[in-house]
Write a protein that binds this ligand. Sequence first.
Ligand code: CP
Ligand code: NVA
Length: 308
Amino acid sequence: MRHFLTLKDFTKEEILEIIDIGLAIKKDLKAGIYKRELSNQTLAMIFEKSSTRTRVSFETGMFQLGGHALFLSNRDIHLGRGEPVKDTARVISSMCDMVMIRTFEHSMVEEFSSFSKVPVINGLTDSFHPVQLLADYMTMVEYGVSENAVVAYVGDGNNMTHSWMMLAAKIGFDLRIATPKGYEVDGTILEEALKIAKISGAAITVTNDPKEAVKGASIVTTDTWASMGQEEEKEERVKAFKGFMVDDLMMCLAQKGAKFLHCLPAYRGQEVSESVLEGHADIVFDEAENRLHAQKGLMVWLDKQRGE
Ligand code: CP
Ligand code: NVA
């Protein structure tokens, strides 16, 4: 049995296999074919933070695969009132077939998974957002920009950045990260990613200069400057991130025809301008839709591992 907590635990081949399964399921769906590969299965979804895409994609995905999804916010279950994670894990995993968790501390999903009898999926922690990167890479493949990609990430050194680092390290593409001073990526995660990158041939660089990162990039990406849980820092962050908005001038430094990706939700006028977001709306909203397809691929893949 496998869990999906970070891309670090997955090989390049496994990541590509999950995406391939997702793409095949997507093709079927577009042709009106529904294979009930997870029939009679239940996915428990524990949300300690808000969500639009993650909730809708997992719930819809599980339904389309013939199963059922339970939405459990921490306002509704005893976890939010102090029932220990290890007890919650043993109870839920004795009744459900898979668990998806969105929470704060990454250690919570690690603890949960160590007590769970069924696969656990990280639906975002303060440190990583790996399911988003499955959708992002699926989108890169579909748009024909996954080969020789040079990705520039401009913004906060956060869960998205860490997951981009792991994806680049595993797949072996170039990733340039530009964050303001004081908002850099986690040093330990960077070290781990650089170690993996040595094997795959990925080049991961960090700078405080967004222009340096974007120059010649084939894909530019960003994320909110204030993640969930950092709402009170918003004002101070808007000041600190001056010069880090991905706008048309910044996109001009990238390769001609460079793509723009955003995990959403987007804050126009902060990390991205209205015109860049709307100018790349086709790919950005395909990226969002791919959450559904990539995660269906993931759930089917995780279910297969259990049987092997
Ligand atoms: N990108 C993403 O995870 O979106 P939600 O927060 O809406 O789930
Ligand atoms: N970094 C953001 C991603 C949202 C999908 C957050 O954690 O809020």
